[in-house]
Design a protein around this ligand. Sequence first.
Ligand code: KIV
Ligand code: ZN
Length: 499
Amino acid sequence: MHKNIRIFDTTLRDGEQTPGVSLTSHNKLVIAHQLDKLGVDIIEAGFPIASKGERESVKKIAHAGLGSKICGLSRVTKSDIDACLDCEVDIVHTFIPTSDIQIKYTIKKSREEVLQLAVDAVEYIKKHGVTCLFSAMDATRTDMDYLLKVYQGVEKASADIINVPDTVGVMVPSAMYKFISKIHDAVKVPIDVHCHNDFGLAVANTLAAVEAGAQQVQVTVNGLGERAGNASLEETVMSLRAIYGVKTNIKTKYLVETSRLVERLSGIHIPPNTPVVGENAFSHESGIHTHGVLRRAETFEPGVMTPEMVGHKRRIVVGKHAGKHAVKKTLHEVGLRPTDAQLDEIMQRIKDLGDKGKRVTDADLYAIAETVMGEVAKGEQAIVLEEVSVMTGSKITPNAVIKAKVHGKQKRGSQTGVGPVDAALKAVQTILGKKAKIKLRDFRLEAITGGSDALAEVTIGVEDEKGNIITARAAREDIVMASVEALVSAINRLMLKKR
Ligand code: KIV
Ligand code: ZN
């Protein structure tokens, strides 16, 4: 097993093949800069022959002066390869199917013809003095004797690295280990692996390939990619580092930042329970867990992977499983110090809310605590909302105006947005001024009742520059008002916590 593994990121190529994802050239460049900052060794920037725009994007990334090597994808045709060369990429990644099923139904050639095309493509790339990565598409469903013949053929033609794609994600780790071992015994050229996640085994299969001698892994941020996606960069890198003790060039403290950026630009949201970077990856709710974690984090965390290592935050979440320790600590942070009897009553009310199927937001907890303790925080609110007005329509850009008292001073904020909710939320942020550095983290909208006058419940999460996150909820028949009230409530709580 190699001690250093090269990270080949294909977010901008296979990741962009995620159904429903299409990145603008500008956003691709933004992601490429972030991948470079993260420290990926190779960025597969795209498939230049696919369109004029794609070629321009790859070209721009190749000329952006990044430290990562830039790769372009091509079939085994000269026109595809020329398109990559025209972009001046560092690496041309050429591929051809090798499994009988794909040969028969996609390219309709004989095995011999496929082998010849592969060899010719590699020779053509090498003639241009460029690094060549060769992929036998659907390798894991290819007859092994034939596959070895293909890999040995391209090795002889001077391919610099061969990739083993599990194109339809059908491998299991034990089979992958044996598969890669056989190839490793038959060729000297370094081995790269590309696993799809159709059965949720992409990362496990990638790790098995590394155990068997693969030197490079193809991954995507947030596991984006065709169908169920590819092996996730975050999970693969952290498993290599924390479990195997294998080195990569990834600066892991940028993992969450990178994941959030790709989430935002791709529009594909990751579930909260996503390993490493998901909202809940280091969140604890149950009493037993939070009690342990508050004393020593390793009690209910891996220990070899901390939130700091990946740029995340540990969170103690209040819910119906919460224990007294966590609730008390959360309340102390905002200056609320209930007596033991009051704390028991607060706990009871939280559990009642949870039993009714309600998610207990931070704002709910504080409201419950203040009610039980007989404290009313109204006077302490940073923002007191006075007026909200929005204008929207098919011929105008949605615009919102917010009037409010901020720390006792009259303020007015006006903003446009992609819709009335967006404009109103931006207007609220404007009245706080740039110094406030409050980011909207989470926005969830649910219609509680049916019909066009349905009661809409909005839950919003906000984060300050120190990573403190507060969630709050508001329900109204008017979505804009519910959104504004939830945001104002969350900001007020965050300000209180800061103080
Ligand atoms: O899944 C696959 O086989 C691919 C190849 C182009 C490497 O994405
Ligand atoms: Zn793929």
